[in-house]
Design a protein around this ligand. Structure first.
Ligand SMILES: [Zn+2]
Length: 186
């Protein structure tokens, strides 16, 4: 099993001009690779950070152009938004914002962008949840991550108070378990 000793850390909702570079610096210190599900409009704003992610050996994925919630969005509008992001984000990975996508939207994306893999997760850090403490966020990820896990963080302002504390500790935790931290490569 190739994933026997690997974990897959992912970051949604970037790019951000200071938080994404913070994440990249922490990953580099830990010799970790990760996957960034970027919002297309943020890639337009910060193309140099997008290039840096790729240059440093990480993967990127499509997280729509404007962070659309599939459940509240018509298929036509949703597909346009995904295709608009796909022009900037060269990836066969897609993650629906909020994890909310209609079945017909999932099949539609696979028709429009044939090699696309829809990537969810099994470990939610809760870093976006302003009701929890940084320590709670760290416990969420250390208690629930196993080899093969896909873990979600956010390189966003809302998450930063928890991310700033949790990410360095979590990377150390993964190193201590001797887990390889890899980018998704599907
Ligand atoms: Zn998101």
């Amino acid at each position: 099993m190739p994933d026997e000793n690997s974990v897959f850390i992912t970051f949604d909702d970037g790019l951000h001009p200071t938080i994404t570079p913070f994440v990249l610096a922490e990953l580099k210190k830990a010799n970790a690779k990760a996957t960034f599900f970027c919002i297309g409009k943020n890639v337009e704003k910060y193309p140099e950070i997008y290039e840096q992610i790729l240059d440093e050996g990480h993967a990127v994925g499509n997280h729509t152009q404007n962070h659309k919630n599939g459940w509240n969005t018509s298929n036509l509008v949703y597909f346009r938004d995904v295709l608009s992001a796909a022009k900037k984000i060269k990836s066969n990975l897609f993650r629906p914002p909020y994890g909310r996508i209609k079945f017909s939207q999932g099949t539609g994306i696979q028709r429009l962008l044939p090699d696309t893999k829809i990537i969810m997760w099994d470990v939610l850090s809760g870093d976006f949840d302003t009701e929890i403490s940084p320590q709670d966020c760290l416990n969420n990820v250390t208690d629930n991550t196993n080899p093969g896990s896909i873990i979600v963080f956010h390189d966003s302002e809302k998450a930063f108070e928890r991310l700033e504390f949790t990410l360095p500790h979590f990377l150390e935790f993964c190193e201590a378990q001797e887990w390889a931290m890899k980018a998704l490569n599907l």
